[in-house]
Design a protein around this ligand. Structure first.
Ligand code: CO8
Length: 260
């Protein structure tokens, strides 16, 4: 598939996906959502990719939401398809076996915030702004905002943002647990790559088990979630990397994980 709206770079086992529609602050139209979906499938299949970073082109926006130009004249069933398309892409991102990090370099509004929330970790520029402004257009979030935002920052704060459409700063986003780390604008990409490199050096099957147990255990009753954790943890003992990690600790040396 040829991409017209995203750029994909792969270096040192890290795929960097850049939303690239700077004239509309990287707003997501249907074609971009299809490209994101395809890129997620490719990243999942490619053993050379250990970690995925998502960011926006330019210094103004990560993604300023869905492309509002596409809303004009749409029927509820057409919008339902658009919503399902976005959900499909974000679910691929969220459940991919590899870590995904959002490097939020500017506005992450509406669908942009929703994309970042489907990532495992969010790093932000101190210039970034976050919000779910859909209500100002007469709609509600449609790519997971009503669900993932409440899970990440709590139901009261999620309602506050979704019902007011207000934007919050990166610092406030950090305080409420919406982003993991905040950096000066010129450092956010470098710091994200550094962290991605660290994750890329971890044993991939173990990373996959950690992500699986957290993602699927989160909505389970605690007893079921604990049972899932036991299953996932014991699976790690089938890997060469587990033997290496334990041996390296006992021999007081750095582990050399081989990804098996
Ligand atoms: N869609 C289309 N164009 C956009 C968008 C967008 N989301 N955001 C910005 N643009 C365009 C502007 O129209 C403008 O174009 P032009 O230069 O041709 O006038 C250009 O980008 C630059 O934007 P501004 O001049 O507005 O820049 P400012 O710095 O003044 O403001 C803002 C920046 C605050 C980000 C402002 O552009 C803004 O409020 N944008 C809209 C943000 C928004 O409402 N996002 C939510 C969209 S709805 C959504 O995301 C729902 C997701 C799930 C959908 C599921 C189906 C229902």
């Amino acid at each position: 598939m040829k991409y017209n709206n995203i750029l994909v770079e792969i270096e040192n086992n890290i795929a960097i996906i850049i939303f690239n529609r700077p004239k509309v602050l990287n707003a997501m139209n249907t074609e971009t959502a299809l490209e994101l979906s395809n890129a997620m499938e490719k990243c999942q299949e490619d053993d050379n990719v250990r970690v995925v970073i998502l960011t926006g082109s330019g210094d103004k926006a990560f993604v300023a939401g869905a492309d509002i130009n596409e809303f004009k004249g749409k029927s509820p069933s057409e919008i339902m398809r658009f919503s399902e398309l976005g959900h499909g892409a974000l679910r691929l991102l969220e459940t991919m076996e590899k870590p995904a990090i959002a490097a939020v370099n500017g506005y992450a509004l509406g669908g942009g915030l929703e994309i970042s929330m489907a990532c495992d970790v969010r790093f932000a520029s101190e210039k970034a702004r976050f919000g779910q402004p859909e209500i100002l257009l007469g709609l509600i979030p449609g790519w997971g905002g009503t669900q993932r935002l409440a899970r990440l920052i709590g139901i009261g704060r999620a309602k506050e943002l979704i019902m007011s459409g207000e934007q919050i700063t990166a610092q406030r986003a950090y305080e409420v647990g919406l982003v993991n780390r905040v950096f000066p604008a010129e450092q956010v990409m470098e710091e994200t790559k550094k962290f991605a490199q660290k994750l890329a050096g971890m044993p991939p099957f173990t990373t996959k088990m950690a992500k699986y147990a957290i993602n699927y255990g989160y909505d389970m009753a605690l007893d079921n979630a604990i049972s899932l954790e036991i299953q996932c943890m014991s699976q790690c003992f089938s890997t060469q990397d587990l033997k290496e990690g334990v041996a390296a600790f006992l021999e007081k040396r750095k582990p050399n994980f081989v990804g098996k």
